[in-house]
Design a protein around this ligand. Structure first.
Ligand code: NAD
Ligand code: MG
Length: 393
């Protein structure tokens, strides 16, 4: 593979650091790092930037700007702070960009990269949930190539015969079931943040770990898949697969299923996107199929895990309902992590906010532009703050 210039949004996070790990292991000259961003973790960001010889560093948190400038004094790494600096990082010329900011905060910067028409490795599912149709339209207009990094979508991307779509019947996203796969409703009611982030198979950031525990992660992924693969929601199925070995499947008209398998290690899908359309070595443990005793699959328990159903309903409600869903979930997850609401209150909060969004006319009509999406995101956050305050009061 010839040399590739790369930038990473969310470089200090779980996906960001896994990307850096692969870049550092690659032969010299294969990757040249242009821009890196983080929210506020200056020390981690600077350490990474110095190690990989980045050209530019940005922190989204304006108040971390002085610390960033101090830490980079005496280096030739340029830097900036605030939302505009993150947008600048995304705008810098680079062949490939990893979109790994968590939450709707990643939408605007990822969009800047998409508009450059480059390769965008796409982890930030919330961006697509909020602005799906507009976002895919922007990618089409610029000629950007979206490379799915979410493990399920990366698996499906590899098995999806885009040239012969008529033969595709449905896709299946697998889900580990999270830490509460076998928990009673009573246990889930009393679940602590520490229990919720202790994922059985994947090691991820706190927000997506809670999303995996509620299974809102799979709900967001259903919407993500509808946009990435241009499928109706009815052709996106979910199966619980506790071993997290089969990541996604594509079913064809002839009854065949194409699956992608691998250890639950994000460096496989990230490596796939980083080298695409070629392949690269990764240090991921190889699957030993002869010693793999069980691969099990089961349906989702919709009573204990209403998240995927709520997400399907929001997607079908259309308009900005998915943006409201995402915003409400982000606020509810933060409130749960801060001990303000219980685990089961997350789904209830999201449901209540969707109802408010519907009453406020945010469902149904497709957003005219990204400003309408940002507005729905703000409204969703406001609804959630109110619902949570009422719940506490
Ligand atoms: P993380 O919390 O570990 O890292 C998030 C990154 O975003 C950090 O670099 C952080 O500094 C930055 N960030 C946070 N808030 C920001 C803001 N307001 N503005 C700018 N930057 C901000 O998250 P993660 O687990 O790496 O997940 C990143 C994205 O990838 C999420 O959308 C997640 O759903 C998706 N994803 C993650 C995994 C995984 O294994 N971790 C798997 C599939 C998909
Ligand atoms: Mg996933």
């Amino acid at each position: 593979m010839s040399g590739r210039t790369v930038s990473i949004l969310g470089a200090t996070g779980s996906v960001g650091q896994a990307t850096i790990d692969l870049i550092e292991r690659a032969p010299a000259g294969q990757f040249e790092v242009i821009a890196l961003t983080a929210n506020s973790s200056v020390d981690e960001l600077v350490q990474i930037a110095k190690r990989v010889g980045a050209k530019f560093c940005a922190v989204a948190d304006e108040s971390a700007g002085a610390a960033l400038a101090d830490a980079l004094a005496g280096t030739n790494i340029a830097h900036g702070a605030g939302q505009d600096a993150v947008l600048d990082a995304a705008r810098m010329e680079a062949d490939w960009l990893m979109a790994a900011i968590v939450g709707a905060a990643g939408l605007a910067p990822t969009l800047e990269a998409v508009r450059r028409g480059t390769y965008v490795a796409f982890a930030n599912k919330e961006a697509l949930v909020c602005a799906g149709t507009l976002f895919m339209g922007a990618a089409k207009a610029s000629g950007a190539t979206l490379l799915p990094v979410d493990s399920e979508h990366n698996a499906i991307f590899q098995g999806f015969d885009e040239g012969h779509r008529a033969g595709i019947r449905r896709i299946i996203l697998t889900a580990s079931g999270g830490p509460f796969r076998n928990a009673s409703l009573e246990a889930m009611q009393a679940a602590t943040p520490a229990e919720a982030v202790a994922h059985p198979t994947w090691n991820m950031g706190a927000k997506i770990s809670v999303d995996s525990a509620t299974m809102f992660n799979k709900g967001l992924e259903i919407i993500e898949a509808c946009h990435l693969f241009d499928l109706p929601e009815s052709e996106v199925d979910v199966l619980i697969h506790p071993e997290s070995i089969v990541h996604g499947l594509v079913e064809y008209a002839d009854g065949g299923l194409l699956a992608q398998l691998g250890e639950p290690d994000m460096r496989t899908p990230i490596g796939h996107a980083l080298a695409w359309p070629e392949r690269m070595e990764t240090p991921v443990k190889r699957l030993d199929l002869a010693h793999l005793s069980d691969l099990t699959f089961q349906a989702v328990d919709t009573v204990r895990f209403p998240g995927p159903g709520i997400a399907r309903a929001a997607y079908n409600a259309g308009g900005c309902a998915p943006a409201v869903l995402n915003a409400a979930n982000e606020v509810a997850v933060a409130a749960f992590l801060n001990g303000k609401i219980g685990f089961l209150d997350i789904a209830q909060t999201v449901s209540d906010c969707l109802e408010r969004g519907d009453q406020a006319g945010l469902s149904g009509t497709a957003p005219a532009d990204f400003d309408a999406v940002y507005n729905a995101d703000r409204e969703g956050r406001r609804f959630a703050a109110e619902v949570i305050a009422q719940r506490q009061g």
